[in-house]
Design a protein around this ligand. Structure first.
Ligand code: BGC
Length: 748
């Protein structure tokens, strides 16, 4: 036996000679993990595959300070070999409370168990470490996508990682890589919008920021790409309901951000709670194993979503009982079950293996992948929180980055007669249900799951109203609480107040929500809000709308009533300030819509629609297009050209374009490059985003932007569901300009 070990080690080390440093590290980890798995009992292995929620181990602390029930904790970790715990036990906790919780958990795991395997603790750090009190809470993903600023996304990812790890938590259930193709879906705000390229670029940047080069770095976390796959296109618009997605669409849209995330090194993956074409993804070997592992090359571990193995027999009805559900999910490729309340998965899976219905080989694979991540995170070396990282949570530097992110996200949709920015010396009326609350600026995944506990928000932060008051002086700001989201309060009072001001700022939008509770029946903005605008416009004063919403609520009937419309999305804890900065000219808006803003509550047509959708009697008529967003600067595009008029598979096509800022204001502009394949064997979309870059252009200055396109960029998913480039004519489009080039077969 000894000889065998020596031989194995020699073989591994010999193999290492031709590897780089990180490959050597990985080979060592793989070797150690293999040895560890070989020592484990069946029960120890299945324990590693089990994840329970923190509530199960809480003695007290639904409100405030959480105290663990040590007996329950011991029972879980020592007797059931529990490998993972998640969530926050109801609400955000102080960093000190987190450190105590994690320390206690790891004490039990590493001091009281036979193999001393640390627990991997996972949490939803969705827009910053939202379950750590005092953390930097960024704009939600949808707004980060609007910034078009990949470096800023990476930086935000870094800060969120640091503040999560400060709590002692090394695993983050983020980024969401679902595409917002169904505007009613209540999780639109958690996504990077409708476009696969934008989501891929932003997702990869986030992963780089969170993981760095080495996730054992104590300020980094393991990311979890979710919710694989096709979750965001429910036909009904309601959360966790069926999607029907042809393979071509699946690959053209939904798969791409996950492929990019695998490439960027995402180490874990969470599964779509629902189904595609009648197959729950939790029960699909094709999606989980063949496609994700086989084709995309994912080599981390796959965790179920909340109770979703149970759901296979209680909700989806593809299994007759728990036993069948557990077997189905594990054989499909789920490595860890977010059970989350009991040991039913553990007991059932142990029995299934004993009965020979799930092979030990499959269990070993799963445990192997889980332990590899634990090793890569450095948890075996040190599973404990780094105490003094607590001081870096919510630093002034991070707040500045957050403010910049919120400012850059804000998207100016309309600005007739250059109404904005408003002069600071004027009197304004501020009204609308989003004017004076912090919760509406943050929504779900903020301090609590639903993000609706206004009383728990940090009161030193500014609502939109407070930020405007600070800027203009209280005496120049009249506030009327005229409507709630779903009822009128005092519209007449707001109308009366409008008579004595110079401009009206109406903050409209959505109450906080998250997941299924955020389902809606109608995409149209609520009636009382529309009514408020209709009443106010009669005052004859310039009217500005600020939209505080996680998905594009239809506002067609009031668009003409407003001279200016600013889309704020869910801009985070600095959102109030950012909105005031933009309204009064202390910041110049540079956001671009990451989705098509629909004009009507049905019949959605995306920016990358097919030619037939705008021909004949059909009209492409969104309220605002994907990529739209104005600035206080005036940018003029010119000089679009390619360095060649044709290309083959071996060539790179370089596209250059100039952007001149002809105004007196410095500004930032996201330059977007779209490509159209003019004729193809599968109806080609009218245009597809292929590149973007955000540039800062000083007044009266010009920036040249250069993009390189390769052969793969010309590909679409062909009739055989594989990527293909067909020779022929293509059109490159930037702003209103376009140039054509030809793709040719390689020269023989
Ligand atoms: C959500 C996931 C989340 C998980 C754990 C689920 O309900 O769908 O996005 O990561 O809960 O909180």
């Amino acid at each position: 036996m000894k000889k065998l070990v020596v031989l194995l080690v020699t073989v591994v080390l010999w193999g290492c000679a031709s590897m780089n440093e990180s490959e050597v590290r990985q080979a060592r980890i793989d070797n150690t993990v293999r040895q560890m798995v070989a020592q484990m009992t069946l029960e120890e292995k299945v324990g590693q595959m089990t994840q329970l929620t923190l509530e199960q181990f809480a003695k007290s602390g639904q409100d405030g300070y959480l105290i663990l029930d040590e007996q329950k904790l011991r029972d879980g970790i020592v007797n059931r070999h529990l490998g993972s715990i998640l969530n926050c036990g109801g609400q955000a906790r102080t960093v000190q409370n987190w450190q105590e919780i994690i320390t206690k958990i790891q004490d039990v795991a590493t001091k009281e168990t036979r193999l001393k395997i640390p627990v991997i603790y996972g949490i939803d750090t969705i827009h910053g470490a939202n379950y750590v009190l005092g953390a930097t809470l960024f704009p939600q993903e949808i707004a980060m996508a609007a910034t078009g600023n990949v470096l800023l996304m990476e930086k935000a990812g870094e800060i969120a990682a640091l503040e999560t790890r400060a709590a002692g938590i090394p695993w983050n259930f983020s980024p969401v890589l679902d595409l917002a193709r169904q505007p009613m879906w209540p999780r639109v705000f958690e996504t990077f919008g409708e476009d696969p390229y934008l989501a891929s670029a932003m997702g990869a940047a986030y992963i780089r920021g969170q993981q760095g080069d080495d996730i054992s770095n104590p300020i980094k976390v393991a990311t979890c790409m979710k919710h694989y796959l096709g979750y965001s296109w429910p036909q009904s618009g309601r959360d966790r309901t069926p999607a029907y997605i042809p393979d071509r669409q699946l690959r053209e849209w939904f798969l791409k951000p996950f492929a990019a995330a695998v490439k960027a090194g995402a180490v874990t993956c969470m599964v779509n709670s629902s189904e595609i074409n009648g197959i729950p993804v939790h029960a699909s070997k094709f999606y989980l194993t063949d496609l994700l592992r086989g084709e995309l090359g994912f080599d981390g571990f796959i965790v179920s979503d909340w109770a979703d193995i149970e759901n296979l027999y209680t909700r989806e009805m593809v299994a007759k009982d728990r036993r069948e559900a557990v077997k189905m999910a594990v054989l499909a490729g789920i490595d860890m079950s977010m059970v989350p309340y009991d040991y039913s998965f553990y007991d059932t899976l142990v029995q299934l293996v004993k009965d020979g219905e799930v092979p030990m080989r499959r269990i070993d694979e799963a445990v192997n992948d889980i332990l590899r991540v634990k090793y890569r995170l450095g948890l075996f070396g040190n599973p404990y929180p780094t105490e003094n990282l607590a001081y870096s949570v919510g630093s002034e530097g991070s707040r500045q980055v957050n403010l910049q992110a919120a400012q850059e996200a804000l998207t100016l949709l309309k600005n007739d007669g250059d109404l904005l920015p408003l002069a600071k010396g004027r009197k304004v009326l501020v009204t609308g249900p989003c004017a004076n609350k912090l919760s509406v600026l943050n929504s779900g995944w903020t301090i609590t799951w639903q993000g609706d506990r206004e009383d728990l928000y940090p009161q030193e932060k500014y609502t939109i109203l407070e930020a405007i008051q600070e800027k203009l002086g209280q005496e120049n700001v009249t506030y009327v609480d005229a409507v709630a989201f779903d009822k009128e309060l005092d519209i007449a009072k707001a109308v009366a107040a409008a008579a004595s001001v110079d401009a009206i700022i109406v903050c409209l939008g959505e109450p906080p929500y998250c997941e299924t509770p955020g389902n809606i029946e109608d995409l149209t903005l609520s009636e009382p809000q529309l009514k408020l605008v209709k009443a106010l416009v009669k005052a004859g004063k310039p009217l500005v709308l600020v939209l505080v919403e996680g998905r594009p609520r239809v506002i067609r009937t009031i668009v003409d009533d407003a001279k200016a419309i600013l889309m704020a999305y869910l801009p985070g804890l600095e959102g109030g300030r950012a909105v005031a900065d933009v309204l009064f000219g202390d910041a110049n808006p540079s956001g671009k819509l990451p989705f098509t803003y629909p004009k009507y509550p049905g019949g959605f047509v995306w920016y990358d629609h097919k030619p037939s959708e705008e021909k004949g009697g059909n009209k492409y008529d969104p309220q605002w297009e994907f990529g739209h967003g104005l600035s206080y600067s005036k940018f003029v595009y010119h000089g679009l050209q390619t360095d060649r008029s044709d290309m083959t598979a071996d060539d790179t096509l370089t596209v250059t374009v100039q952007v001149t800022n002809i105004s007196d204001r410095p500004g930032k502009e996201t330059v977007q490059l779209y490509l159209s394949d003019l004729v193809a064997s599968v109806t080609p979309p009218v245009k597809v985003l292929k590149r973007f870059e955000k540039v800062e252009v000083p007044p009266k200055d010009t920036k040249t932007v250069r993009f390189a396109l390769g052969w793969d960029d010309l590909a679409f998913i062909g009739r055989d569901n594989k990527p293909v480039v067909e020779p022929g004519e293509f059109k490159v489009q930037v702003a209103q300009m376009s140039v054509r080039f030809t793709a040719r077969e390689a020269r023989k």
